[in-house]
Design a protein around this ligand. Structure first.
Ligand code: DHE
Length: 564
């Protein structure tokens, strides 16, 4: 049977499973295939590093499919079919892991060895181990205040233009590179958490907060002569998001961090990371079912209220957490759709737009009224990053999102209080246009208020020519095909066997340059390739043996002020 047929069958089985068309078990399940203690440990490690993000720690599925043993294992009589449900077994799982699926799972045959793939095929037939909980006491025990506030500089001790510094994730070394955006020199590389994920800025623009997938938060003070880590804390064992308190009067006061495991969010002091409170997100989904692992996906800080928007992946509930009195925490719970992932503000910063990726929808939350403004149907698997805001010549203010599963960038009309925009009201909360992309696999789109371009990457596309390039649309004429920029070629680096993904366009503070990461393997030479936004000409390539696996880049000013 061909792999394509196989993956189609698997996809059908997943759909049946997801839709609840699951026959009663007719034969007992087979015992899980044997594994040595060492293999189990390897499986556990690889699962955490490579699989848990999409499939969940308990393997209940989210962006990725459910991987619980009730369907990963064959039946005891060796059969692989039960009613409408496929029972996979080691051989099939081996193939799926090695070759990927049409449902969006990447192929692991160039990431894992044959032995590791075999271990994983057997590992996911074992019952999922449940990791320990993480309490306030655990947070306190992990907390390191390396430089107390009164021992920090009272004024900036360096001459760097902090507003144009880029905080760059060096994913596989667990480091953060701070790059001076004016000189393009690496200012400093600092140790952070494992497979570090995102960085956010304090309201003041002085502190960088970086979160690792291992739940480690690192607080870096850029006022020292050299950037210095002043505090660290662990929030749990698996995390993706942090943000600060940005509302007037609360600047730099609090930090909130969301964890995938345990499913909870925690509130810390902004300048020291002292842990203050943990709130569990376990509870009911929008379908009224209990979920034991509702992970915290994106979090943003409102600038119009003392509130954070906390998006809970598995429940599809959006929480507005009022931090004006954290002892008596008030939370508004807004029903939307599953599974919530990433998102950003509209141009007015009143509406938060978040992808409910498995529902192929975007939820627009009105943070002024504390209500859902709309649930908008989009192309398959929206993945906006923070999205991109601009004025469409025909439809007025729009927010753009790309898609992991569809070859399009969707433009959604957003509401505006400006009298001049009243004529666009009829379009609000509709996809008014879909810009054609050369394939699926987009992760991030970006523009800037001073730019006339919209940039879109395609790193998850299987074709080298797409994954290694970015596409630039002219906002003046969206009917024109996007200009393709071959980032890998422009980097001047020799071609590597495995793909190097061109990922995450990020603007300089003044909106004149766009920085793209060329994300190679751990032993490949990677680069950041910088283009002039107006001419689309190559401006500079930053490459250094120490700059390993660069992915996300966070320009201080644009991140601090949510400019995108
Ligand atoms: Fe991310 C943002 C989760 C894989 C690069 N990523 C986010 C956010 C979440 C998330 C919840 C929103 C944070 C916020 O705004 O508060 N990411 C996940 C996953 O669960 C997933 C799919 C799998 C995993 O195991 O982690 C995943 N992400 C990746 C990558 O493989 C990427 C491409 C490379 C990397 O560095 O790991 C990646 N994610 C990013 C980036 C952002 C992000 C660059 C921030 C975008 C921005 O512009 O703000």
């Amino acid at each position: 049977m061909s792999t394509t047929t196989l993956t189609r069958i698997a996809a059908v089985a997943m759909t049946l499973l997801a839709s609840g068309v699951m026959a009663q078990q007719s034969a007992p399940a087979a015992a899980a295939p044997p594994m040595t203690a060492a293999e189990l440990e390897t499986g556990k490690k690889i699962y955490f590093e490579r699989c848990a993000g999409c499939h969940g720690v308990l393997r209940k599925g989210a962006t990725g499919k459910n991987l619980e043993p009730h369907w990963t294992k064959k039946l005891a009589d060796g059969s692989t079919q039960e009613g409408g449900t496929l029972k996979l077994g080691t051989q099939r799982l081996d193939k799926i892991i090695a070759l990927g699926t049409e449902g969006g799972m990447v192929n692991y045959d160039d990431i894992l060895t044959k032995e590791e793939i075999d271990i994983m095929a057997r590992y996911i037939q074992q019952p999922p181990p449940v990791p320990p909980e993480f309490s306030l006491k655990d947070m306190e025990a992990s907390w390191k205040l390396l430089v107390p506030v009164d021992q920090r500089p009272k004024a900036q001790q360096n001459k760097i233009n902090l507003k144009n510094v880029f905080a760059v994730t060096l994913r596989d070394t667990g480091e953060l590179a701070l790059i001076d955006g004016d000189t393009k020199q690496i200012w400093k590389i600092l140790k952070t958490g494992y497979a570090v994920h995102i960085s956010r800025l304090s309201a003041s623009g002085r502190y960088v907060y970086t979160v690792g997938r291992d739940g480690l938060v690192t607080l870096i003070d850029m006022w020292f002569a050299e950037p210095t880590t002043v505090a660290t804390i662990r929030m749990g064992s698996d995390a993706r998001s942090v943000d600060t308190s940005k509302f007037k009067g609360f600047e730099d006061k609090y930090l909130i961090g969301g964890t995938y495991w345990p499913p909870q969010y925690s509130i810390m002091e902004g300048e020291t990371l002292k842990p203050l409170k943990i709130v569990s997100t376990r509870g009911m989904t929008v379908d009224g079912e209990y979920h034991p692992e509702p992970r915290v996906a994106s979090i943003v800080s409102s600038q119009i209220k003392p509130e954070w928007v906390v998006n809970v992946k598995e429940t599809g509930q959006i929480l507005l957490v009022d931090y004006s009195d954290i002892k008596n925490l008030k939370t508004t719970t807004i029903e939307s759709a599953k599974f919530l992932h990433d998102g950003g503000w509209d141009a007015s910063k009143r509406y938060f737009m978040v992808a409910a990726n498995a529902s192929h929808k975007v939820a627009a939350v009105d943070t002024k009224t504390g209500k859902l403004a709309a649930l908008i149907d989009t192309a398959k698997i929206p993945h906006p990053g923070r999205g991109a805001n601009f004025n469409h010549p025909k439809y007025g203010p729009v927010w753009a999102t790309g898609h992991l599963g569809g070859a399009a960038v969707s433009l959604i009309s957003t509401a505006s209080d400006k009298p001049a925009d009243a004529k666009y009201k009829q379009y609000n909360w509709k996809v008014v246009e879909e810009l054609k992309m050369p394939g699926a696999g987009n992760l991030f789109v970006k523009t800037h208020p001073k730019s006339k371009n919209l940039w879109a990457d395609l790193p998850m596309n299987p074709e080298r020519e797409n994954a290694e390039s970015v596409y630039v649309y002219s906002l003046a004429d969206l009917s024109k095909a996007p200009v393709k920029l071959d980032v890998a070629k422009d980097s001047g680096l020799p071609q590597t066997k495995a793909l190097r993904r061109a990922v995450h366009p990020e603007y300089s503070q003044d909106g004149t340059e766009v920085w793209i990461s060329l994300w190679g393997g751990k032993t490949d030479q990677s680069a950041i390739v910088i283009y002039d936004d107006k001419t689309l000409k190559l401006k500079k390539v930053i490459t250094d043996p120490k700059m390993i696996t660069p992915t996300g880049k966070f320009n201080v000013w644009n991140t601090q002020h949510d400019i995108y």
